[in-house]
Design a protein around this ligand. Sequence first.
Ligand code: GTP
Ligand code: MG
Length: 452
Amino acid sequence: ADGEGSGLRTPIVAVLGHVDHGKTSLLDKIRGSAVIEGEAGAITQHIGATAVPLDVISELAGSLIDPSDFDLPGLLFIDTPGHHSFSTLRARGGALADIAVLVVDVNDGFQPQTLEALDILKRTQTPFVVAANKIDTTPGWNPQEDAPTLRTIDAQSDRAENTLNQRLYEIIGELSENGFSADMYWRVQDFRGNIGVVPVSALTGEGVPDLLTVLMGLSQRYMKEDMEVNLSGPGAGTVLEVKEERGFGTTLDVVLYDGVVRTDDTIVVGGKNEPIVTEVRALLQPRPLAEIRTEKRFEQVEEVTAAAGVKIAAPDLDDAIAGAPVRVARGRPVEEVVAAVEAELAEIEVDTAENGIVVKADTLGSLEAIANALEEAEVPIVRAEVGDVAPRDVAVASTADDPKHEVILAFNVDVLPDAEQQARERDIRVFEDDVIYQLVDEYEEFVAEIER
Ligand code: GTP
Ligand code: MG
């Protein structure tokens, strides 16, 4: 992806699912297998992401993939901790992820964060497959290290196979209850109309070849047109996180989905009050695993091409917000880029009312998702912001003239100690949760209690 002009970028794959269902293990397995195959150098660790090139995918998928069928360069996997709202992140009005893997533990089935991820995938119309993980925990399982699904199923006793099938059909049933027609992936013809379920084990690697094959096929068939971008054009991305980094001050963890960003580029970033215009001081990537212990954690690079995860160090980033757009201004008047960022932010802006509750969330996307859920529940919002719950939020909630509105909903953010104390003193209720609909449920229960 170093060519001039147009080319195919790597599709961005979000790995989503309930806490502990095996998202990180699945990516670790893909990385680990590549190390064993001697392909470790080819897999690169990005900020918040792992890039797996086509030749590695093809190596791991073995006979399931013919690399000559593909011209996409590989897949960029974004791992999301169960409590994080990556699934809500946006890029130019759409979802940041091109496709997604929804990881479901076959023993545990659908859980609150599985449902939440499904809701968001539905709303953003993101194509996805389900990885039915931990198949190795089926009683009587006879593990076949790294084997394709059908081969490992062939090696199981009837009893183990039946137990697994029962669990898989429960998952298919849950999907259908939630409005998705689904089947085992090998029976799915049209992956846009039907969700493919891929039985896998992140522990033994069983089914991982199939998962990679399905993801590659899905991207190649349905995403290719969207992947045709100007790879050397000005970069565009989304802020994953705003982080303090020793020696660099406030930095941005960014997923770049378009173009290229270089050191010294002028960038425009969505900020708390207005877009921030600044200059890139350094672009940082994690060091290869072997070097992390001895050296500094990051190495500086001169430029990064989409799709990629990168840490951007620049002055004046304190007011940047997670979920906000980042644009490189190269070759265009800065005002034009500022206007574009403003327009994008305006699209995400939450409508507030004269009276209502206070909502705080970790990213713009999650704020938007909560606002949607509250709107459906006909709950008015007086103030909606990205960031921790601060004394100012308590002050706003205290001005409510309806006890129903003396409330702060906090999604995936901290309550600052001052704010906590003031909330206690002023009798402001603060609800914290990391599942959107649970947060809304908790609030509705509270209202029901008041009205009783
Ligand atoms: P969060 O990041 O906390 O949301 O969790 P996660 O989804 O990344 O789960 P993680 O990969 O950390 O796995 C959770 C636990 O499940 C760990 O103890 C894993 O070893 C275990 N685990 C994950 N995949 C498998 C699997 O396929 N088989 C078995 N037996 N255990 C697994
Ligand atoms: Mg994890």
